[in-house]
Design a protein around this ligand. Structure first.
Ligand code: 5GP
Length: 196
């Protein structure tokens, strides 16, 4: 029988590109991938549940996680801190399960330095006008914050070269199909087979 390693998939991209939507759609259609739940200092939104959407912690608890080396990566994303609990990821990979991270680009670059076998997928906006429209329509950000995210996006696009795949998110359904295909292809890659 062919055995393969657990694969770490990192879905990343600029703020407002639709990472969360693609991730949710992916999890609805694939039950054989484990989602890593991040820790954050952000306050929960009305529809969010503690320990399901995030581990909502205060800054002191977050700093403690850093000092105890419990985070695989962490970054300040605009005004809040976010980080990936290390043990969940390593334990599941060790058991041969595939793990999905949905994180920002700074975090993805840290994972890249630590886990070069991971598969990095950059979700890109069709263009800046469409990104501006999406950021406006989600109604979470001030004009100042939208302008900052658009300016940051231009710099973030320069990181595409460090990723394995780029998927343009024109339509969620198409982007989802592409991400699913990438996952299936990686699962068939001989690089991920355990030999012997
Ligand atoms: P939101 O607050 O809208 O849920 O997420 C804001 C941003 O933080 C998104 O770009 C999301 O991908 C990113 N993010 C969520 N969890 C993590 C994490 O554990 N690490 C890093 N670096 N970014 C994260």
């Amino acid at each position: 029988m062919i055995k393969r390693k657990g694969i770490l998939f990192v879905l990343s991209g600029p703020s407002g590109v639709g990472k969360g939507t693609v991730k949710e759609a992916l999890l609805e259609t694939m039950d054989d991938i484990c989602l890593s739940i991040s820790a954050t200092t952000r306050k929960p939104r009305s529809n969010e549940v503690q320990s399901k959407d995030y581990f909502f912690v205060d800054l002191k608890e977050f700093q403690e996680m850093i000092s105890k080396d419990q985070l695989l990566e962490w970054a300040q994303v605009y005004s809040n801190w976010y980080g990936t609990p290390r043990d969940y990821v390593l334990d599941h990979l060790q058991k041969g399960c595939d793990v999905l991270l949905e994180i920002d680009i700074q975090g993805a670059m840290q994972v890249k330095n630590k886990m070069s076998d991971a598969v990095f997928i950059f979700l890109a906006p069709p263009d800046l006008d469409e990104l501006a429209r999406r950021l406006c329509s989600r109604g979470e950000d001030s004009q100042e914050s939208i302008d900052l995210r658009l300016a940051t996006c231009e710099a973030e696009m320069a990181h595409i070269k460090y990723y394995n795949y780029v998927v343009e998110n024109n339509h969620v359904k198409e982007a989802l199909e592409k991400v699913r295909s990438i996952i299936q292809a990686e699962r068939c890659s001989v690089n991920n087979i355990i030999v012997g």
